[in-house]
Design a protein around this ligand. Sequence first.
Ligand code: PHE
Length: 424
Amino acid sequence: SPSSQLEVSGSTYATDGWTNVTPKILSYLGANKHLQTDHPLSIIRQRIVNYFYGAYRNQRGNPLFSVYDQMNPVVTVQQNFDNLLIPADHVSRQKSDCYYINQQHLLRAHTTAHQVELISGGLDNFLVVGEVYRREEIDSTHYPVFHQAAAVGVVTKDELLERNPGPEFFEEMWSGTLPDPKVILPSSKFMDQTKQPCHTLEAVKLMEHEMKHHVLVGLTKDLFGPRIKYRWVDTYFPFTQPSWELEIYFKDNWLEVLGCGIMRHEILQRSGVHQSIGYAFGVGLERLAMVLFDVPDIRLFWSNDSGFLSQFSEKDLHNLPKYKPISHYPQCTNDLSFWLPQDIEVDAGFSPNDFYDLVRSVAGDMVEQISLVDKFKHPKTGRSSVCFRIVYRHMERTLTQAEVNEIHKQIASASVDSFNVQIR
Ligand code: PHE
């Protein structure tokens, strides 16, 4: 009915003929996989953020980039499209491609949607990380919700001169023909794609070099290692000109990892920034995570299966494990608690790793995960007790409760024999 309303992240919206969000899609809001401890997408976010914090600092040693990772994914058509000079008839606006809440509001289709409000608020170097929503087929590499990190770096004429003293060609940089911010021409293929008319070639080349070779190649090498093969491919985005895609050579194919370019000057002008030039880029976190962790299917990032989630840890961000396929058969979880001998404690006479090896020897591939879930020291006797959680799951068949119980008993008695413990 025309008076229908929709409640989305705390606000109420009137629905209309544009509304096409589904309850299923709305259920992803607030899932925040990119902030979930030990989630592979959160690990990739931290790698990107740490790279920017570490590589770019001001004279006082503080990080140059600020990070926004909890912006509301509900944005206006103006934020997602108009502010970024995306033409009114551009295909990306179609109802068939986006999740609209109503004619004026949608779930952001890219994190670039926040760039104008942040620049207008006075920021010049920032990253926006969050989930984005696009209507797409579901296959092993597409999912209607995925995550992006988008960044902007804006530099003033004076800063650029300071960083690159000498050449007087910067004098010309802002003397080109400034665009009329009220008249937005599309950055079409018919215009000069080398540069915008307001920039000198030299200024563009300098910004391009800084963006490509310092920022983005630096990031790519930080993520994929110094030997990665990459190439730049010319492309088109309405909000940057010129624009490129960065591709890396991976498993015998060129794989697109990010889009970038020199910001359209109209966007800066309309955000109240003059005498500056900027770059912008956007990168998909799932794409990076699939390559870096060897995850074969994008749907796994939405899995709550502990067989998947337990494989990743943010304790060591620079040692990313390769994903090992999980079983499709059901899990069966059993706890085992025992008292350690007098005067023995965890890591003082008893090592959990010894127990893990014992479990592997007794149960072999029936065990998927083991973790130490509880440690306790009795206040009177002073004896230590530990509790291990064992998740049983076979790769090729469903385990019966009876055989799990039998193996669990064998683990208990082997522990008594090997470690002189007392089962509780
Ligand atoms: N927003 C673009 C996308 O989602 C990526 C991009 C960001 C490209 C910034 C250029 C500059 O594909």
